[in-house]
Design a protein around this ligand. Structure first.
Ligand code: NAD
Length: 502
């Protein structure tokens, strides 16, 4: 059946009794195995009588190759903004710097701040070393190192900005607690590296503690990300809901998906205040595209999450239980082949097997129940309430210089002569390590120097014009200024860290 016919089939199923409860969703077939698994998923949705009408959009490879470097056309954006619900097949991002990742573009443009990935073992039917794994990773989806702000600053040094915001932390952490409460989960674990990144990861953990205080019914703990990842890889049963920032979440969610046995099984939701997108976690698998052997389960389980999100928990439950029954009956696609496989099926046959089991429940696996959470699902999306502005006082400046000709001590002597009546040199670091005063000769130095000037004793605050005066002294001396960072206090708390060794 062609894509057009399938959309028609789904929409026709409802046309005779279509009523206001039908929810419009946008569907993109995607690239590679995308059309095969999306067709299979839509067939199951149709057979389960999901109360939806579909709008089809084209995204991905063909759109890129037609000259749209973002991989999406304007009319597709209009559909997404109209329906606010997106079921998306995987897509190819062509290699080459001229193409932007469509996944990142969609997440950030539509404010899809929460990436939700359940990672569950289906032992013994899917081989895994961790049969008791049943966890959900909730990853912040918009900021952190993925802000994409990178610069080359000197001959030797490149920089990527890690941006962590209070609204970003509040939204993702509250989402994680609401998700845990609404899904009957007992514990939320925060993973950070706040022993090193005291301001950015420190904020994430501080907000976790603040918001966690509002959820005394949920157990809470924290792991430093390195030991947390190690524990996840060896004892995933320790975890229930994990909330973390973008890069850590990207890494640990792939670890967890791999541990569960097959990448073809996991679905994910990308949730925003206005729009939500549902997709499999895997890519478009070009190596098996067009062979009708791909496992459609990841996208089908993403569609189950979508149904819960749009308030159709009854249909979600029916499909999810039929899927569990199919797996435990040993009806498997090639990626799941094991001694528990009774019938090896194609993508289409797998969908037919799920359809044949609609209305039944699994015997070996526990049946799922979404009935209690129907209404609460929508409330999981949380909006940020801005806080009152802090009292911000300018107290110094870090001036970053590109230079190789002077040692740290020579540079300091030089800069001392350029001090102004308001600002004096306090410290020089190289790659964050203090090299003046009292630096060690063993410290390796590059051509990138951070020179910290603080306001002189007796002064309480600087004006930005004081910094400009210092900078004109420095640039007049032919030193190469890369950039500056203002040093401020916020309600009396320093808004900057010390140098390592300071
Ligand atoms: P991939 O996930 O497409 O494939 C990795 C391996 O898993 C392959 O061997 C593949 O055959 C297998 N596999 C994946 N899904 C399967 C399924 N449903 N059933 C059975 N086997 C399955 O990862 P990749 O090869 O690194 O990436 C291929 C393309 O997908 C790239 O262009 C990449 O950019 C894109 N991609 C897209 C998304 C997305 O759209 N969300 C995510 C990841 C990768």
């Amino acid at each position: 059946m062609s894509n057009e016919c399938l959309y028609h089939e789904i929409n026709k199923n409802h046309s005779s009794q279509q009523h206001s409860a039908d929810v419009a969703i946008t569907v993109a077939m995607g690239d590679g195995i995308g059309p095969e698994i999306t067709r299979a998923t839509l067939k199951v949705l149709s057979a389960a009588k999901a109360r939806i009408v579909t709008e089809s959009i084209d995204i991905g490879e063909q759109v890129y190759l037609a000259g749209h470097s973002s991989g999406i056309r304007q009319d597709a954006w209009q559909s997404l903004r109209r329906t606010k619900v997106f079921l998306k097949g995987p897509i190819t991002t062509p290699s080459g710097s001229g193409y932007k990742s469509l996944n990142v573009t969609i997440r950030k443009t539509l404010g899809l701040y929460a990436n939700v990935r359940p990672c569950i073992s289906y032992s013994p039917y899917v081989h895994t070393l961790h049969p008791d794994m049943d966890l959900v990773i909730i990853r912040e989806n918009e900021e952190d190192l993925y802000a994409g702000i990178e610069h080359r600053q000197t001959d030797e040094v490149y920089q990527c900005l890690k941006l962590i915001t209070r609204p970003g932390c509040e939204k993702i952490i509250r989402y994680a607690f609401e998700y845990a409460r609404n899904h009957g989960r007992k514990k939320v674990t925060c993973m950070v590296k706040d022993n090193i990144m005291k301001m950015t990861d420190g904020l994430f953990y501080k907000v976790f503690q603040e918001i966690g205080a509002e959820y005394p019914d949920i157990l809470q703990d924290r792991y430093i990300i390195d030991i947390g990842s190690a524990r996840l890889a060896t004892r995933p049963e320790l975890f229930d809901v994990i909330v973390t920032s973008n890069l850590y979440g990207d890494i640990i969610s792939d670890i967890a998906a791999e541990l569960s046995g097959s990448i073809g099984l996991a679905g994910s939701a990308n949730i925003g205040e206005h729009v939500a997108m549902f997709e499999a976690i895997h890519g478009c698998a070009p190596d098996i595209a067009g062979q009708n052997i791909a496992n459609p389960s990841g996208l089908l389980l993403a569609a189950v999450m979508m149904l819960v999100h749009i308030g159709q928990a009854d249909i979600a439950q029916k499909i999810h239980n039929a899927w569990l029954k199919t797996i435990e009956d040993g009806i498997h696609t090639k990626d799941l082949k094991s001694e528990y496989t009774k019938v090896l099926v194609t993508t289409d046959q797998f969908a037919e097997a799920v359809i044949a089991r609609l209305g039944t429940e699994p015997q070996r696996f526990s049946a799922v129940s979404y009935q209690n959470s129907t209404q609460q699902q929508k409330a999981v999306t949380v909006a940020y309430q801005p806080q009152a502005a802090a009292e911000k006082i300018l107290v110094g400046v870090d001036v970053f210089l590109h230079q190789h000709q002077h040692s740290a001590d020579e540079l300091a002597q030089h800069l001392k002569q350029l001090e102004t009546t308001e600002l004096e040199l306090q410290m020089i670091t190289n790659r964050g390590v203090k090299v003046w005063p009292d630096g060690f000769p063993e410290t390796f130095c590059t051509d990138h120097w951070r020179c910290r000037f603080m306001l002189r004793p007796g002064l309480t605050q600087l004006a930005y014009s004081d910094i400009i005066r210092l900078l004109s002294q420095i640039s007049g001396d032919k030193l190469d200024v890369i950039k500056t960072e203002n040093l401020c206090s916020f309600n009396g708390e320093p808004g900057f860290t010390l140098g390592q060794g300071q």
